[in-house]
Design a protein around this ligand. Structure first.
Ligand SMILES: [Zn+2]
Length: 266
């Protein structure tokens, strides 16, 4: 089982990350994708991945892959030169088998007060880096579907994931045409999330990946408590029920989709 989107270096996991990972492992989670959000978290996510590798080799922990990037909600705190630091970090990690892509990058039109022009500048510069290093992208797309799609049409990264997807069917199709898988997680577990549940039922399974976005987007049974990657098992169950598909098929196909979308091995 793969959790395709987590922030395990977040302060919410400071005191008990090893227990969280043990619970995830016990639930059957074997791989986790952990994108960074700013230059400080780049070093942290890389360190965490390498630490998980040592444990994974003795079969006790999920393997944590990392992505390098600057999140749209963090661009305002970014300093001049951070994009150069990102480029350097990508250069240093390009042959690292635990590097899954460039992320988390994208656009956020939901949080008030974020500078849209500045977000766009960081997004397009990071798309250019994804092209330069031939890496997939992990994207945050909130109230910004069409602007993100416009950038994808222009820069054409090889593949990626639109995480916590919350657009229309037509927008979903356009992401799929651009080799992007769509992330489904906690939001889908709320019965009132009609649009997301309709998409989860009707999109081809080959286009979907599962995620928790831990510590955020807790599923209905956990909300508003902190989310954690072990919840991916019950999120997979939710999708299995929505689609009337055996959960084994949901887990194997969505896992394969993460491998196809990102720079990781099966
Ligand atoms: Zn995220």
């Amino acid at each position: 089982m793969i959790d395709s989107h987590c922030h395990l270096d977040a302060k919410e996991f400071e005191s008990d990350l090893s227990e969280v990972l043990q619970r995830a492992y016990d639930q059957g989670v074997r791989k986790i994708i952990n994108p960074s959000v700013d230059v400080n978290s780049m070093a942290a996510t890389r360190r965490l991945s390498h630490a998980s590798k040592a444990l994974f080799d003795v079969k006790k922990s999920p393997l944590i892959y990392y992505c390098l990037g600057i999140h749209p909600m963090w661009v305002q705190q970014a300093k001049p030169g951070d994009l150069d630091l990102l480029k350097l970090a990508l250069k240093q990690s390009i042959n690292d088998p635990l590097l899954a892509g460039v992320g988390e990058i994208g656009l956020d039109g939901f949080v008030p007060g974020l500078d849209q022009a500045q977000q766009q500048t960081y997004f397009e510069n990071q798309l250019k880096l994804a092209l330069e290093f031939d890496l997939p992208v992990v994207m945050h797309v909130r109230r910004a579907q069409d602007s993100v799609l416009k950038n994808l049409r222009q820069y054409k990264p090889r593949s990626g994931i639109a995480h916590a997807f919350n657009g229309s069917m037509q927008q979903a199709q356009m992401f799929i045409q651009r080799n992007c898988a769509l992330g489904f997680g906690g939001a889908m577990t709320f019965t009132r999330a009609l649009q997301i549940r309709r998409l989860a039922q009707s999109l081809p399974l080959e286009t979907m990946v599962l995620e928790t976005d831990s510590p955020d987007i807790s599923p209905s049974w956990r909300h508003p408590a902190r989310n954690e990657p072990g919840e991916i098992a019950q999120i997979a169950q939710t999708l299995a029920i929505l689609r009337e598909t055996p959960v084994d098929k949901i887990v194997s196909q969505t896992g394969l989709n993460v491998v196809t979308a990102l720079n990781i091995k099966s």
